[in-house]
Design a binder for this molecule. Structure first.
Ligand code: NAD
Length: 482
């Protein structure tokens, strides 16, 4: 059976303990590879390698770093099909989605930050008649990047690329649930001639390998994407050590549909924003609010469209919805569907596990599910389910829907559908979330700040924000004798 290896000091290595964890294919329910069960010994070795590589990497010109990162990007692009299939097998997502979204985005992440690093500038402040100040931005040193399972290579590279471009050396850990494309990336880095120790990838459990990265004394900053509870733990652990933190956490995003929306566009995009990647995108709109005059029509048409989605083998090109990521996650999703019914919800479509025939008979498949008749403040409408489950609720007034939208502990993203420009601005201003999409969803420009408010996180990724995060700002004040 294929054994995934750690990537430390430029080499592929077994975990020091020699222990491994099973890696499941969620579409079949079978173990298909083994993941290093790394511990603090492996993390220490990775941090030592990163520390040793830092003086040279951080002093290289931005152009030289650009060349390395562009080679990585080109090799990911070359291996598009192979990586997309690996992502699909590891995660359960349709291969067509990985080929269209996940892997191309990893290509872009490296490309974007390779070039961005060549366009950075810094501030200068003249203290008239006395001095000139300038801001020196220096790479932090060794940093930790920890990512989740829902968009494995996409989010892993979204952290690693800016850290490396800024001149930091990295100890990174992908999710133990989806480690495969990070392993393939380590092979790509070797082929691309990434200098030894600049990027180190340690595989293993969050509470063991992940915690060891957070606790390592040489790791100066943690860029983390994952669940809010894990983020809380990391914040508690890192705060007394004064580590810099970027936390991208959970969401429970509203999708607000006014009666004057562009109907066809709203309907088609709402199917995607509800169920893409089996609803396992932190930006999915899991709470749909529809203005009352449009409610019945929208609800009926939406449910019709959802019924037509094909759930099945992620490697089949005609599949819309693949497997959810794991058995425990499937059970969590099904338990929320149960809860929704206990809370008085009516299931309009879906609601059950699906038994797919053939190769995928043992896989973890859940029907895309739409639920109505739930209060905005019940648990189903407040807690993150992170699966193919949405609720649909009517509203009468702008203020009313704003109060529903903002009633959750999260504040990651929101979507507003209206042709009324003033209303769009009013809503965007009042919604408590880091991103507001108007008449679209998941349209991303990598230069924009990305992140959440409230319990969805602290700090912003994207654009120059991420490059700044990985640097220490130093004010240099030079007195001038006039
Ligand atoms: P998770 O918090 O369980 O795990 C995320 C990563 O953290 C994994 O690599 C895991 O091994 C590691 N980890 C777990 N415990 C740790 C610890 N004590 N110390 C250090 N590392 C630890 O999250 P998940 O289940 O993998 O991902 C799903 C969550 O991620 C959802 O809540 C989703 O909303 C969120 N998410 C957020 C964004 C965003 O941009 N805000 C994007 C994608 C996913």
């Amino acid at each position: 059976m294929l054994k995934i290896e750690n990537y430390i000091g430029g080499k592929l290595l077994e975990p020091v303990s020699g222990k491994y964890i099973d890696n499941y294919n969620p579409a079949t329910g079978e173990v298909y590879s083994l993941i290093p069960d790394s511990d603090e010994t492996d993390v220490e070795a990775a941090a030592r390698s990163a520390k040793a590589a830092f003086p040279v990497w951080s002093k290289m010109s931005a152009e030289a770093r650009h060349d390395v990162l562009m080679r990585v990007s080109a090799l990911i692009e070359r291996d598009l099909d192979l990586l997309a299939e690996a992502e699909s097998v590891d995660n359960g997502k349709p291969k067509t989605l990985a080929k269209k979204v996940d892997i191309p985005r990893a290509v872009s992440n490296f490309k974007f930050y390779a070039t961005a690093a060549m366009h950075t500038a810094t501030e200068a402040h003249e203290t008239v008649g006395q001095a000139i100040n300038y801001t020196l931005r220096q790479p932090l040193g060794v940093v930790g990047c920890i990512s989740p399972w829902n968009l494995p290579l996409y989010l892993f590279s979204w952290k690693i690329a800016p850290a490396l471009a800024a001149g930091c050396c990295v100890v990174a850990k992908p999710s133990e649930i989806t480690p495969m494309t990070a392993f393939l990336l380590s092979k790509i880095c070797i082929e691309a001639g990434m200098p030894e120790g600049v990027l180190n990838i340690v595989h293993g459990l969050g509470a063991k390998a992940g915690a060891a990265i957070v606790q390592n004394k040489d790791v100066k900053a943690i860029s983390f994407t994952g669940g809010t509870r894990t983020g809380e733990w990391i914040a508690r652990e890192a705060a007394p050590k004064f580590k810099k933190l970027s936390l991208e956490l959970g969401g429970k995003n509203p999708n607000i549909i006014f009666a004057d929306c562009d109907y066809e566009e709203t309907l088609a995009t709402t199917v995607l924003s509800s169920f893409s990647n089996q609803g396992q995108i932190c930006l999915c709109g899991s709470r749909i609010f529809v203005e009352r005059p449009l409610y019945e029509k929208f609800k009926n048409d939406f449910v019709e469209r959802v019924k037509k989605l094909k759930v099945g083998d992620p490697l089949d090109e005609t599949t819309n919805i693949g497997a959810v990521v794991s058995k425990p996650h499937m059970e969590k999703i099904l338990s929320y569907i149960d809860l929704a019914q206990k809370e008085g919800g009516t299931i309009l479509t879906g609601g059950k596990q699906i038994q797919v025939e053939g190769r995928c008979a043992g896989g973890y498949f859940v029907e895309p599910t739409v639920i109505e008749n739930l209060a905005h403040d019940c648990r189903t409408n407040q807690e993150e389910i992170f699966g193919p489950v949405v609720t649909i609720t009517p509203f009468d007034a702008e203020d009313e829907v704003l109060s529903y939208a903002n009633s959750v502990e999260y504040g990651l993203s929101a979507t507003v559908w209206t042709e009324n420009l003033s209303r769009a601005h009013r809503m965007a201003e009042k919604i408590e979330s880091g991103i507001v999409w108007v008449n679209t969803w998941l349209l991303r420009d990598l230069r924009t700040p990305f992140g959440g408010m409230k319990n969805s996180g602290v700090g912003r990724e994207g654009g120059f924000e991420a490059l700044k995060f990985f640097t220490e700002e130093k004010n240099v004040c030079i007195k001038i004798d006039y």
